[in-house]
Design a protein around this ligand. Structure first.
Ligand code: PGA
Ligand code: ZN
Length: 428
């Protein structure tokens, strides 16, 4: 039996230079698995607790030494001697040790790091890649949702909506999807320079241009022209459809129940009407967090109002079965964003995905804005046969590592690999 003999964590840094955690799992005294913990900036209220040091003298309080100590101390002790391939037992043991519903004692960052590192170690001990360890039937390469124009909390501009996305649904395979994306991005670049100058091609946290646009119409006009210039057709059933992560929680005024967008004020119904108008002119394949995270009725309305568009809950669901149980029976959204660190263990994230699938919801695997080079989510999206991934533009190591891992998986799967393409919501 592959027993855990030792667990060792350390503080490392993410792509923004902030501390995060890396965890090593040893089996039979040999290093068998390593994983890094990602972190968000545009976070949802209902996410599990991230334990930070709070010591202002170090990293403005954002250090992770307490979480590291929790791993190297009580967690390592509790897991020593467990079978590394018993993922659920490992995760449950840590949750029980923590004893809170949101992992407030040990920290979701601590528990997740161990959970992912143990999964890698389990795969290593079984001599299979992680995606196949989780699911021997894994075969779908996802459509990448490429956020080509960035705003919201992930950039230093005034664009309210966080991510304007192109989805190369008509690509032949993952490699072709990357080629199409870069060609469109390079067609967009001179258009941005022409109108806003060279500085506007600086990029946000997830690699899209951080231009001084505001509102919703102009970014769509630019994306449309860039696709045309690059020679790709836009439309359902064509090469490209669009996506959005509105991250609306972050431009919502709770006080008067309104949203500020492009120098105009909208109530929730007005905002839904605006989305519908945009949807009439541009094919929106996927739209994430169109309304505030607490507006479940609004999510129901927008899901009904835009039947051709996948409505994804990120801050709404926070990869949490309890949130899904509350929202799914009402018909709020029809897809879940899958971020392992929102819930804090692999087993619970897989539970949420399974619940979503069983209820006819799609599952979109996602990066966090604060990533490391660890490409683990590439294996997860293939393992889930999820069909869709949001992992940023293919620039900078913390984003390219995932794209390059997917290229490798595509090669490894060989003739059983299938690109989700137009069926990204439900790969067939
Ligand atoms: P975050 O942003 O990782 O900062 O939360 C990404 C998103 O909102 O999808
Ligand atoms: Zn989001």
């Amino acid at each position: 039996m592959p027993y855990i003999t030792h667990i060792k964590a350390r503080e490392i840094i993410d792509c923004r230079g902030w501390p995060t955690i890396q965890v090593d799992t040893y089996v039979d005294r040999k290093l068998a698995g390593r994983a890094d913990v990602p972190q968000g900036r545009s976070t949802g209220t209902y996410e599990a607790h991230v334990l930070i040091d709070g010591d202002e003298k170090r990293y403005q309080g954002q250090g992770m030494l307490k979480a590291v100590a929790n791993i190297n101390g009580p967690i390592a002790e509790a897991l020593s001697g467990l079978d590394v391939t018993e993922q659920r037992n490992i995760d449950q043991t840590m949750c029980a040790l923590d004893g809170t519903p949101n992992k407030a004692n040990l920290g979701a960052n601590a528990i997740l790091g161990v959970s992912l590192s143990a999964a890698r170690a389990g795969a290593f001990c079984c001599s299979v890649p992680l995606y196949r360890y989780i699911n021997p039937n894994a075969r779908f390469l996802p459509v990448p949702l490429m956020n080509i124009l960035n705003g919201g909390k992930l950039t230093a501009n005034d664009l309210e909506i966080q991510e304007f996305i192109i989805m190369p649904v008509g690509a032949e395979n993952y490699a072709h999807a990357l080629q199409i994306t870069t060609e469109i991005n390079e067609a967009l670049r001179p258009m941005v320079v022409e109108k806003y100058g060279i500085l506007a091609t600086n990029t946000g946290d997830e690699g899209g241009f951080a231009t001084p646009m505001t509102g919703i119409w102009e970014p769509f006009e630019f994306m449309q022209r860039a696709c045309e210039r690059a020679g790709y057709k836009v439309g359902f059933g064509e090469d490209i459809v669009y996506g959005l992560d509105c991250a609306a929680t972050h431009f919502y005024n709770k006080g008067n129940n309104t949203y500020e967008l492009g120098a105009k004020t909208y109530d929730p119904d007005g905002l839904i009407e605006l989305y519908q108008e945009v949807g009439k002119q541009y094919p929106i394949g996927s739209m994430e967090d169109p309304l505030d995270e607490d507006d479940i009725d609004g999510f129901v309305k927008v899901t009904q109002a835009m039947p051709d568009t996948q409505i994804v809950g990120d801050d709404l669901f926070v990869t949490n079965v309890e949130r899904l149980k509350m929202c799914c029976p009402k018909g709020a959204a029809n897809a879940m964003l899958f971020k392992v660190n929102q819930i804090g263990s692999l087993s619970e994230a897989l539970d949420a995905a399974e619940f979503a699938f069983r209820n006819g919801y799609g599952v979109q695997v996602s990066e966090r804005s604060g990533e490391t080079e660890d490409a683990l989510i590439a294996d997860l999206v293939v393992a889930l046969n999820g069909g869709q991934i949001k992992t940023g533009m293919p620039i900078r190591g913390e984003r390219t590592s995932k794209h390059n891992r997917l290229l490798l998986i595509e090669e490894e799967l060989g003739n059983v690999a299938a690109y989700a393409g137009h069926n990204f919501r439900r790969p067939v």
